[in-house]
Design a protein around this ligand. Structure first.
Ligand SMILES: *Cc1c(COP(=O)(O)O)cnc(C)c1O
Length: 408
């Protein structure tokens, strides 16, 4: 190592006590929420060190969510690309269809610890709403989900799922009537009902302790990958790839490997229709430092600080801010970032279904696009692991519509 090389980062010292990931993260909320965030932080800190809490969480992850998920060798995709061995981490096999349930379960247990009997959450595509509704039903918690009116229409089936599980879904009519406005409404509710209510935030975003806590609840993904790849191949992978919306599935997948400098880590953002203003959601392609919804990070905004419109074929990646931990590791050159565009995603979605018999979520398909490109450039004895964050059942209607196929 050269004398000038930066010392390795101790991943456990990140964030600091104030929730800072270097110059990112922190706490930016109205005064009225400070007590709630402090209570949550203290409760989480105790729970994290309490073997009984960890034991209980582990049990629910196993029996309710279906962990551990498989690490699957994608033989035909590998053959198709003609390079590195491609493995898929099968988070799509989890109950309710995506990794979101890991975090929802953890936070529901924290709500119970704090004696809060009412839970609120925001949702975009509906996956986090469905996961939250499921855990609230399981633990007998009152559940209110905020969802933009446009999203409610696009994701009508998920709205019905939430209602079947006893959640109240509230339509948000402000602004673009999508995820950003739903988060605003959820925060407004939280300010008003903070004594009785816990807010289950759905990604590694928002004010401290959320980015750290949500990351920790997803670390199980990478812990399993490590064990599984060592058992199967006797060594660590050469490269790992995950899609990045807020960044929760990616950071959970990467965390156990941050110290392993020989494992390349790649996050994939939504390139939408291409990198022109308003047509994409790739925060590292033209985003700037700013504060949005409690968090200092990279944000797609105009020169006046107004949040830009975003677009992606996948609702789960369609958000103007990225989790602060990603911005931190990008600056350190530990995680690199790419983007995939809608048309590439549509092609890879169909290819994966045909070659592997697996219909991936459109979000996860972004990671597949980049993974396939890189696998082709790699040697046959190299190993690539892609996080398949969710299943595509929720997306088939939308894909049919884009393809001009009439279903039902
Ligand atoms: C919500 C979602 C994402 C994006 O959220 P992250 O916090 O970035 O993980 C990705 N994949 C699926 C399947 C999702 O449901």
């Amino acid at each position: 190592m050269s004398a000038t090389a930066a010392p390795p980062i101790d991943r456990f010292s990140i964030p600091d006590a104030g929730g800072h990931f270097g110059r990112y993260g922190g706490v930016f909320v109205p005064e009225t929420l400070m007590t709630a965030l402090e209570e949550l932080g203290a409760t989480y800190e105790k729970a994290r060190q309490d073997p009984a809490f960890q034991q209980e969480l582990k049990l629910h992850l196993k029996e309710f969510a279906g962990r551990p998920t498989q690490l699957y060798f994608a033989g035909r995709l590998t053959e198709h690309c003609g390079g590195a061995k491609i493995y898929l981490k099968r988070e799509d096999l989890l109950h309710t269809g995506a990794h979101k349930i890991n975090n929802a379960l953890g936070q529901a247990l924290l709500a119970r610890r704090m004696g809060k009997k009412r839970v609120i959450a925001e949702t975009g595509a509906g996956q986090h709403g469905v996961a939250t509704a499921a855990v609230c039903a399981k633990f007998g918690l009152e559940c209110v989900i905020y969802m933009g009116a446009v999203d409610m229409e696009r994701q009508a089936l998920n709205v019905f799922r939430m209602r079947l599980m006893g959640a109240e879904v509230r339509s948000v009519e402000a602004g673009q009537r999508t995820l950003k406005e739903a988060i605003n409404e959820a925060m407004r509710d939280w300010v008003t009902n903070v004594r009785s209510t816990h807010y289950i935030l759905g990604s590694a975003l928002g004010s401290h302790p959320y980015p750290m806590m949500v990351r920790d609840f997803h670390r199980v993904i990478g812990q399993e990958v490590r064990e599984q790849i060592l058992a199967r191949e006797g060594r660590l992978p050469d490269e790992m790839i995950a899609c990045v919306g807020g960044g929760s599935n990616a950071i959970g997948f990467f965390f156990e490997f941050l110290q392993d400098e020989n494992v390349r880590l790649v996050g994939v953002e939504a390139g939408g229709r291409g990198i022109t203003r308003g047509d994409h959601a790739a925060r590292f392609e033209g985003g700037k430092l700013g504060v949005l919804q409690g968090c200092k990070t990279y944000i797609l905004q105009n020169t006046d600080g107004q949040i830009e419109l975003t677009h992606s074929v996948s609702a789960g990646l369609d958000y103007a801010a990225i989790g602060p931990e990603h911005a931190f590791y990008r600056d350190r050159n530990r995680i690199s970032y790419a983007y995939a565009c809608d048309d590439e995603v549509m092609a890879a979605f169909q290819l994966c279904a045909k070659l592997e018999g697996i219909i991936p979520a459109l979000e996860s398909t972004h990671a597949l696009v980049e993974g396939m490109k890189r696998a082709k450039e790699m040697r046959k004895d190299e190993i690539l692991v892609i996080n398949l964050s969710g299943r595509g059942d929720k997306d088939v209607n939308q894909v049919a519509k884009i393809l001009g196929v009439k279903v039902g």
